[in-house]
Design a protein around this ligand. Structure first.
Ligand code: KG4
Ligand code: ZN
Length: 345
């Protein structure tokens, strides 16, 4: 069965056609980075309007690239949670309109569960495994028992990892989107130049699976603050110092992600790991996982989908949606947008 996937939860308008939950026939994305860059972050109203302008043409493009006609599509999967509510509504409205016009079943898909599914789509079919999802809005550890079957092991108590990358990049004047810019800047810096805090001092190393990035972000802020002044003003720094701060922050953030994931492996006895979400594009994170996997996972592997399946995309939506659609599952045409993450477990 061919499934049309639609994703508009944040600032990427995306559509894809996936066959039987595994074969990507097309996967098209229109990024809105240029629109949000002047504001230094995603502006929800701007995102929703841009989705509305682009979604129809993008769905057409996904069908053309997949070389298929609407009558060959067997169902529609759309992200309806979590995300920016106005942005989600655009994708959901498009999906409902097409489901009605083409007389097709429709299912709503959870964006975070779809990020977990990206590993399956990229060929990683090992179960159970530990999944680390690191995106702009979420940082979660799951035990994954099968496609779409998850148990939450831990999540962030405050900021998401991607949010911390974005905020630190902003403090360093690196622009939007911050994560990739910070990662490029860090390549020229010394990751050991500044010892930023790694953990809650009351926590035994490796014990807790709860993440926290707000303290790290604040430590970077204090490091960059104008000395002797009780203001939010940041001091002027040289390019080499900027690179050192970026590299030291990145090293600390990546070490936290790797340590907690390995703690989840120890606690569950599971040795295989998949990583997903936009921050999974980070090269240092990939390298650190590779180093530590060799030492700590005794034959287990750490799998990273290719970058276009780590960042937001609709192929993961269509792939995950197929599992419900192919079992006869469907949602009613009054399917609603749910902006909050569903608490699992
Ligand atoms: O999964 P995603 O595309 O969208 C959300 O669901 O949020 O993740 C976007 C996040 C942003 O915070 C972005 O800065 C971060 O992923 N990101 C990175 C890198 N590429 C994207 N963070 C660190 N290093 C990167 N190379
Ligand atoms: Zn995402």
């Amino acid at each position: 069965m061919l499934v049309l996937g639609i994703e508009t939860s944040c600032d990427e308008t995306a559509a894809a056609v996936v066959e039987d939950g595994h074969t990507i026939r097309s996967n098209v994305i229109a990024s809105q980075h240029d629109l949000h860059r002047p504001f230094g972050g995603v502006v929800p109203e701007v995102a929703a309007r841009a989705h509305a302008e682009r979604i129809t043409a993008l769905i057409d493009e996904a069908l053309v690239k997949a070389n298929c006609k609407p009558k060959e599509i067997g169902g529609i999967a759309v992200v309806n949670r979590p995300g920016l509510v106005g942005a989600l509504l655009v994708g959901i409205s498009a999906a409902k309109g097409l489901a009605l016009a083409w007389d097709l079943p429709l299912v709503g898909v959870d964006h975070i569960v779809a990020h977990v599914y990206a590993a399956y789509l990229a060929g990683f079919h090992v179960y159970p495994h530990i999944s680390l999802i690191v995106s702009g809005g979420h940082t979660c550890l799951y035990r994954v028992n099968g496609p779409g079957a998850l148990e939450v092991l831990g999540q962030t108590a405050d900021d998401a990892a991607g949010e911390a990358f974005d905020k630190v990049a902003q403090m360093l004047g690196l622009g939007f989107p911050g994560g990739p810019a910070l990662s490029r800047c860090a390549e020229k810096g010394n990751p050991r130049a500044i010892a930023f805090p790694r953990a809650n001092p009351n926590e035994k190393p490796g014990d807790s699976l709860v993440f926290s990035f707000s303290g790290l972000k604040t430590a970077v802020f204090y490091h960059l603050r104008e000395p002797g002044k009780n203001t939010r003003a940041l001091r002027t720094i040289s390019d080499p110092e900027r690179a050192d701060v970026a590299a030291s922050f990145q090293e600390t953030a990546c070490a936290i992600l790797v340590e907690k994931t390995l703690a989840a492996c120890r606690q569950t006895g599971i040795r295989d790991v998949a990583v997903g979400g936009g921050v999974a594009c980070n090269r240092r994170l990939r390298a650190l996982f590779a180093e530590r996997a060799a030492q700590d996972l005794q034959g287990g592997r750490v799998f990273f989908p290719p970058p276009d399946l780590c960042a937001d995309n609709a192929a993961m939506t269509a792939g995950l949606g197929w599992h419900r659609l192919s079992q006869g599952g469907r949602d009613p045409l009054d399917l609603e947008a749910d902006p909050t993450p569903k608490r699992q477990g």
